[in-house]
Design a protein around this ligand. Structure first.
Ligand SMILES: [Zn+2]
Length: 256
């Protein structure tokens, strides 16, 4: 009975991840265009037909329609399906990587899980936008910093965690944000390198464990090199860092 419940719980977690995956593709498309991400319904980018609830079920909608738009028959990019499945796998891996074991849900592990989901959302949207536009979306990064601050305050209040390490990096982030605002005013454009620094400081601030930070650095170098060989120029460095951070945190927690 417990095993059956646990399997059911795993399926639920996978589905939740898939829903997030479908949300990411929407945000990566909409945020850079300045479109609303929560209220407006999705539409087909080809025929502009508004998508109904039945068209928006992750994975199943894609498979049941054979990867085509229900209204105009235009093929839907397979990347949507792949991202939904990958996102489901990330959620499932996180479930096993963090000390959360159904049905014993403690407040501390639940909060850790929520903090990871916020970290994952931040990185997934950042990597998607960076891959398309070679730019770090600061609004998304700010979302990550604010949610992490709330989590750190929780740890400080209820689990007597030290905030020193966190505060040092927060100050660094504030400095980088100021430099970025200054260059934006002075030169009318943001410097990609400063954005990359901001992203990296955010990752270090969240991860905190030096082994996983090392994993992120190595992963970033490897993915950067692979990208460089394939694409040669305009490599999305933020994409490499964000992707490596997610993998490093998951793998790190899984084996440690
Ligand atoms: Zn269509």
């Amino acid at each position: 009975m417990v095993v059956a419940m646990e399997v059911l719980f795993c399926i639920m977690i996978f589905c939740m991840g898939a829903v997030f995956g479908s949300f990411f593709t929407l945000t990566v498309y909409r945020i850079p265009l300045g479109l609303d991400i929560t209220h407006e319904r999705s539409f087909c980018p080809n025929c502009n037909h508004r998508l109904e609830f039945i068209d928006l079920i992750p994975i199943l909608s894609y498979l049941s329609l054979g990867g085509k738009c229900r209204y105009c028959g235009q093929p839907v990019r397979i990347r949507y399906l792949v991202l939904e499945i990958l996102s489901g796998i990330v959620f499932l891996t996180a479930y096993f990587a963090f000390p959360i074991h159904f049905p014993f849900l403690e407040a501390s592990s639940l909060c850790l899980m929520i903090a990871f989901v916020m970290f994952y959302i931040t990185n997934a949207i950042i990597l998607g936008i960076d891959k398309e536009y070679i730019a770090i979306e600061k609004k998304v990064l700010l979302f990550g910093i604010v949610t992490q601050t709330i989590y750190m305050l929780y740890l400080y209040t209820f689990e007597q965690a030290s905030l020193i390490f966190y505060l040092i990096f927060l100050v660094m982030l504030l400095l980088l944000f100021s430099i970025d605002t200054w260059t934006l005013k002075k030169k009318n454009k943001s410097l990609y390198l400063i954005q990359i620094f901001m992203l990296f400081v955010y990752e270090v601030m969240f991860i905190q464990d030096w082994r996983m930070i090392l994993g992120t650095v190595i992963g970033s170098c490897i993915s950067y090199s692979i990208y460089r060989i394939i694409k040669r120029k305009n490599v999305p460095i933020g994409f490499c860092i964000a992707l490596s951070s997610i993998i490093s945190v998951l793998v790190g927690n899984l084996i440690m």
